[in-house]
Design a protein around this ligand. Sequence first.
Ligand code: 9G3
Length: 571
Amino acid sequence: MKQSMTFIPTLRDVPSDAEIKSHQLLLRAGFIKQVASGVYSYLPLAKRTLDNIEKIIREEMEKAGAAELLLPALQPAELWVESGRWYTYGDELMRLRDRHDRNFALGPTHEEVITSLVNDAIQSYKRLPLTLFQIQTKYRDEKRPRFGLLRGREFIMKDAYSFHTSEESLDEVYRKMHQAYTNIFRRCGLNFRSVLADSGAIGGKDTQEFMVLSEIGEDTIAFSDQSDYAANVEMADVRQVYEKPDIAEKELKKVATPNQKTIVDVSAFLNVKPSEVIKSLVMIADEEPVMVLVRGNHDVNDIKVKKALNAKIVEFAEEEKTKELLNCSFGSIGPINIPSEMKIIADHAVGAMINAVCGANEDGHHYINVVPERDFTVWQYADLRFIQEGDPSPDGKGTIRFARGIEVGHIFKLGTKYSEAMSAGFLDENGKSHPYIMGCYGIGVSRTLTAVAEQFNDEQGLIWPVNIAPYDVHLIAVNMKDSEQAGFTEALYNELMNEYDVLFDDRNERPGVKFNDSDLIGLPVRVTVGKKASEGIVEVKIRKTGEMMEVHHRDLLATLKNIFKELSAQV
Ligand code: 9G3
């Protein structure tokens, strides 16, 4: 493609509203253009890059036995009413009415559509398992779209859905999908980890997220420094054995702690460590108030509280609710002498505390020398805290470290959540009907593009991995006005095109502009035709390493072959 023919509106300045490197560079390199908050145009370079990512995805989906289809973005509300999600999803679900005033949603995901489609067509167990996928635009009205394509309101997702008669069959497809995702992200050149995750609102049990390690990632990953254990921090189990200190129990005492609210204040005021203070919170679990206790140096993990209580909804109580229940403010809450209907659940670490401090449910007062099970009774001990850096890894190997990650993929064992909600299922060999057992598997395709841009760039611009770069070679004529150079480059262009995707910068621009744009766009290899054209010599530059070499054009194809062989071997 000649650059004078295509559309690559590069920018010299960094757009002010772009906070992260990938967003800045994709805008400056003329890959994307914002149309509205969280809504972007993919310009020719981004479109080609997306196509390359999608090509890899299709190949791996094919290998995993998934058949591609394309579902509508425009989804009738009836399907969402049937699954019950029309009323549970709020502003994030983009809704509209057609000319007959019928309700529709712009699809944020397609469980309803695909389950209804399969149910209408597949009744017999003989037709299962079945795995279908699409690559399609999704719509989610994010409250705070940001970071360019990373969190957009319109984005491209590959979403796959599998239908099974048994858990074993689901396990097999789930494993194949995990392998397919591993292949996809490796072939895209990404540095990623698959981590244990929380299935969130959509339910189901095992789920794993594929995280691209990045400082600007929205998720925190807890991983072991001596094994392949990795989990979204919300999900990481804490498997720590706490030893009760071998000290005598002291007599419980109430002390004045005027204006001491936080754990730090109270522990400083009473001259104890935060880990010797019991942090008490009131949470509302399915409308019931529950007192939750963790050590002062730990944090309550609400996902774990929800699991421990087997509750549907768990929220932190507002301060006025706490005042209503315990007649005190947040800083003075404690488990001693609370209303009998309020259960106490505590993290395992609390069970090993002796002579601890806790709130006295009286503003400005705390108890000291508190002993659990002497001064208050815990209804249930459980793992209720967030894992912390330095904790032992739950698999017993090594120590936990944290990293930030960008979620680019997420695979779920859904079970029968949707098929039951939508009475969708199959008849077994005895003609008995069962709900489908399902899995679903997503990849953020446009998010993957931006994650690659985030991981691979330098001061000069983007550095595209060889498998997904929009073009292989950037061919640059330094001076198109010099007829010998122009002619030589045209000939080279026609020769290279047979072997590579070539972007030919044939513009009448100053050399500096051409080289800056080339470094910004970040194609794997640049071939420059300059003063030595008369000797048949061109300059070859490898974008990733900056390595430059002069090559006679008769050796050029062989040189490029070696370079691309080397770049591909590094994937
Ligand atoms: C909604 C809205 C936003 C949503 C959902 C529904 C996320 C929703 C979870 C999933 C699960 C999987 C298939 C591909 C892989 C991910 N945000 N999710 O269900 F109505 Cl507004 O999408 N779906």
